[in-house]
Design a binder for this molecule. Structure first.
Ligand code: TA6
Length: 299
């Protein structure tokens, strides 16, 4: 359990910290305009729905809920690197941020929205040869008819830092084979399934007929996920992000993941707001950078 849990009296009536999966503390948000759940481990949003709607986020039924283990689904925070570490094979995939406890620093109501601020600073659990730096991260989650996620990173070190970051958003869809992602037409991408480094481009919306793992670089555009089978869509606006990753593992890779149901691949798609590879962020000592994603469900 966290040593720095906020006093219940300091929380608005719409926010309660309760034991979640595996007994991990989770902030349960019941606002006038939206509801959500955010695990303090990883400041991990695992559910969000406009009030009266169903969660736009996907969680695996096989997700593990254990200290230090990444949850499968929702919005994992990948930081300070994306994917495997460039040189240390023992370093955790997608960095340490999603595996460590964040502090719920503040929570308040703003009109019909509920705003929560989570904070992570360097500790023994984050400092390693893989990334030894002093830093502060503040993650602001605004729960309402839209979900706004804002990650601000500040360099608290005495040397410049370079980092990658991603809001690795798992969206729920009725059938990936009837789902498209628009907004990335003609944007250059690395096809990670093909193991390529060469940049490809595609004229139309992204469609899914096999494992798909695309890293779009140098793109600041909004995207729209159209869930054709359910007749609904989710719009993703972003600021401070130059990369977008689109991923579906398809059957074989889903079957190879212990925390991913063999047939669950048809019900999800990842559209990730990020700064990765050539778009990695460099900060001088004392400098800050903010990356924001805004999700909105449209009929
Ligand atoms: O964002 C896509 C990706 O990098 C895939 O290559 C796959 O590894 C996925 O993330 C999930 O990674 P994880 O470490 O959460 O299993």
């Amino acid at each position: 359990m966290l040593s720095e849990m906020p006093e219940p009296s300091s929380l608005p009536p719409s926010v309660r910290i309760v034991p979640g999966g595996g007994g991990l503390p989770v902030a349960r948000v019941r606002g006038r305009a939206g509801v959500a759940e955010v695990y303090l481990q990883g400041a991990h949003v695992t559910a969000w729905a406009p009030t009266g709607g169903r969660s736009a986020l996907w969680m695996s039924s096989l997700s593990r809920y254990a200290p230090g283990t990444a949850l499968r689904g929702g919005v994992p925070i990948c930081f300070p690197w994306f994917g495997p570490h460039a040189s240390d094979p023992t370093a955790p995939a997608h960095g340490f941020a999603r595996r460590v406890d964040w502090q719920l620093a503040a929570a308040h109501e703003e009109g019909d929205d509920v705003v929560l601020a989570f904070r992570l600073t360097d500790t023994e659990a984050t400092r390693s040869s893989a990334w030894p730096h002093r830093f502060e991260a503040v993650y602001t989650v605004t729960v309402g008819s839209r979900l706004t996620l804002s990650l601000q990173v500040t360099n608290r070190d005495s040397v410049p830092v370079l980092f990658e970051e991603a809001l690795h958003t798992y969206l729920s869809v009725q059938d990936i084979r009837a789902t498209t992602v628009s907004g990335l037409h003609d944007a250059p991408f690395i096809d990670r399934v093909a193991g390529g480094t060469a940049l490809a481009r595609e004229a139309g919306p992204v469609r899914f007929a096999a494992e798909t793992d695309r890293m779009y670089l140098g793109t600041r555009t909004a995207t729209t996920v159209t869930d054709g089978a359910a007749g609904r869509s989710v719009a993703i606006e972003k600021q401070g992000s130059s990369s977008t990753v689109v991923w579906n593992p398809w059957a074989a890779k889903a079957g190879a993941m212990a925390d991913f149901g063999d047939d669950e691949w048809t019900g999800m798609v990842c559209v990730e707001t990020c700064n990765v590879r050539a778009d990695a962020v460099r900060l001088a000592p004392g400098e800050s950078h903010t990356m924001t994603a805004v999700l909105e469900v449209a009929r």
